[in-house]
Design a protein around this ligand. Structure first.
Ligand code: F6R
Length: 360
C-alpha cells in the first residue's frame, strides 16, 4: 500500500511529479494559454480584489498566490481562516474569495467561507476532494487533482495547490487587466516543465545527508522573501509537525527585528531563494552567520553567490522565479522527512495532529 516506501509521506513526496501532471493536464493550451474548463476567458471580469481563506499548509499556498497576484498588480490578501471567521475583512460583490483547503472539510475554513458567502462575496473552493463541503458550499469549485493524500503532513497537495492557483491567477489577470500578465507565457511553460523539474529535485537531493548533523538543534529558523517567504514558513511548519524540533519561519527582513536574538551556533538557519530578491536575503544570511549559525541555502543551481555564502547548498533546477518556490519546498519536505526519520518519529501520524481538523 505504501508502494515500497517506509512512509506515506515519502511516497507522496515522490508522487509529486505525477500529481502535478494531473493538476495541469489539459489546462494549458499548445500555444501557451490557460484553458480552465470551469473558467473560460472573461470568467473573472470585474474582480477587484482577492481574499484567500485557509489554514496551515494551505495558508502557505495561499500566501504564495497572494504574492503572485500582488506582483501582477491585483490587490490580494491571504487570511488565516480562523481569524477571518471571527474578524472578517470587508467584501463586495467584486471580491473573489478563494477557500484553499485540501480536504474541503476544515472547520475554520468552512466557517470563514460561510461568512464570505453570507456577506455577498463571490466564492470559489480550491480543493482536492470532489463533493467536499467546501466544494458544495462555495459558488464555484476547482479541483487540484493531487490524488489521495494519506500522510497527515501535507506534501503533494501543497505543490498542486500552488500550481492550480498559478493557473487561476494567469486567467484572472488576463480577464481583469484585458491582457495576459507579462510573465504569463514564461510561467505557463515553467508549469509544464514542473513535473520533470520536481523529479530532478527528488532524484538529486542531498537532504538526507544533512539530517544527522541538524537533528537535535536548539531551534531551526527558515527565512525567505517574496514567494520564498511562504516556502520558509511551510518548511518550518513541516519540520515542527513531523520531527517535533522547534522551528520558525520568518520573512528574511523581519529576522533582525527580534528573532535574531535567538540565533546562535546551535540554531541552523535555512535560507530559501527563488532567484528574485536574492541579494537582500544574502545580507540576512551574513547577519546570522556572523552570530555563528550554520546556514543551509536552498536556491537555483546557478546561484553561485548563494553557494559561496552558505555552509550547505541544496540546489534546485533553473526555472521561472514564480515557480522556483515549489521546487525549493520539495527540498524542504525532504529535509523534514529525513530529520524526523533520524529522530525515529511517527512520521505519518504525528502526535496531537489529525488529517482533517473538523472543530474550530
Ligand atoms: C500541515 C497540514 C495542515 C493542513 C491544515 C489545513 O501539514 O496538513 O496544516 O494544511 O489543517 O487542511 P486543509 O487543507 O484540509 O484545509
Amino acid at each position: 500500500e505504501r508502494g515500497g516506501y517506509d512512509h506515506y509521506m515519502l511516497k507522496e513526496i515522490n508522487e509529486q511529479p505525477e500529481a502535478l501532471e494531473r493538476t495541469i493536464n489539459g489546462r494549458i493550451t499548445d500555444d501557451g494559454r490557460v484553458d480552465l474548463e470551469e473558467f473560460p476567458a472573461g470568467a473573472f471580469d470585474g474582480v477587484s480584489e482577492v481574499h484567500f481563506l485557509s489554514c496551515g499548509t494551505s495558508h502557505h499556498a495561499s500566501m504564495y498566490a497572494q504574492q503572485l497576484l500582488r506582483d501582477r498588480g491585483i490587490p490580494a490578501h491571504a487570511f488565516t481562516a480562523g481569524e477571518y471567521a471571527t474578524t472578517p475583512a470587508p467584501v463586495s460583490e467584486d471580491t473573489l474569495v478563494i477557500a484553499v483547503t485540501q480536504s474541503g472539510e476544515t472547520a475554520d475554513t468552512l466557517a470563514s467561507l460561510r461568512s464570505a458567502n453570507a456577506r455577498g462575496a463571490r466564492t470559489l473552493a480550491v480543493t482536492n476532494v470532489v463533493g467536499s463541503t467546501a466544494a458544495r458550499e462555495a459558488d464555484e469549485a476547482l479541483f487540484i487533482r493531487a490524488g489521495p493524500e494519506i500522510g497527515v503532513a501535507a506534501t503533494k497537495t501543497f505543490s498542486s495547490q500552488v500550481a492550480t492557483l498559478a493557473l487561476v491567477i494567469e486567467r484572472l489577470v488576463a480577464d481583469v487587466t484585458g491582457t495576459p500578465s507579462e510573465d504569463s507565457e514564461a510561467v505557463l511553460s515553467a508549469l509544464q516543465e514542473l513535473p520533470d523539474l520536481v523529479n530532478r529535485v527528488i532524484r538529486d537531493s542531498t537532504a538526507s545527508s544533512l539530517a544527522n548533523r541538524y537533528a537535535g538543534s536548539d531551534g531551526h529558523f527558515f527565512i525567505g522573501r517574496g514567494v520564498a517567504y511562504p516556502v520558509a514558513r511551510e518548511g518550518a511548519l513541516k519540520l515542527k509537525e513531523i520531527s517535533y524540533e522547534h522551528a520558525e519561519g520568518f520573512s528574511a527582513g523581519e529576522l533582525k527585528h527580534g528573532p535574531l536574538a535567538l540565533v546562535t551556533s546551535e540554531t541552523p538557519v535555512v535560507a530559501v531563494f527563488s532567484g528574485k530578491h536574492d541579494r537582500k536575503t544574502l545580507n540576512n544570511v551574513e547577519e546570522v552567520r556572523s552570530r555563528g549559525a550554520p546556514v543551509i541555502g536552498v536556491a537555483p543551481e546557478s546561484a553561485d553567490n548563494v553557494a559561496a555564502a552558505v555552509d550547505e547548498f541544496l540546489a534546485v533546477p533553473e526555472t521561472h522565479p514564480d515557480v522556483a518556490g515549489i521546487l525549493a519546498n520539495v527540498q524542504l519536505q525532504l529535509v523534514s522527512y529525513y530529520v524526523a526519520n533520524v529522530l525515529n518519529r511517527s512520521i505519518d501520524k504525528p502526535r496531537n495532529l489529525a488529517k482533517s481538523v473538523t472543530v474550530e
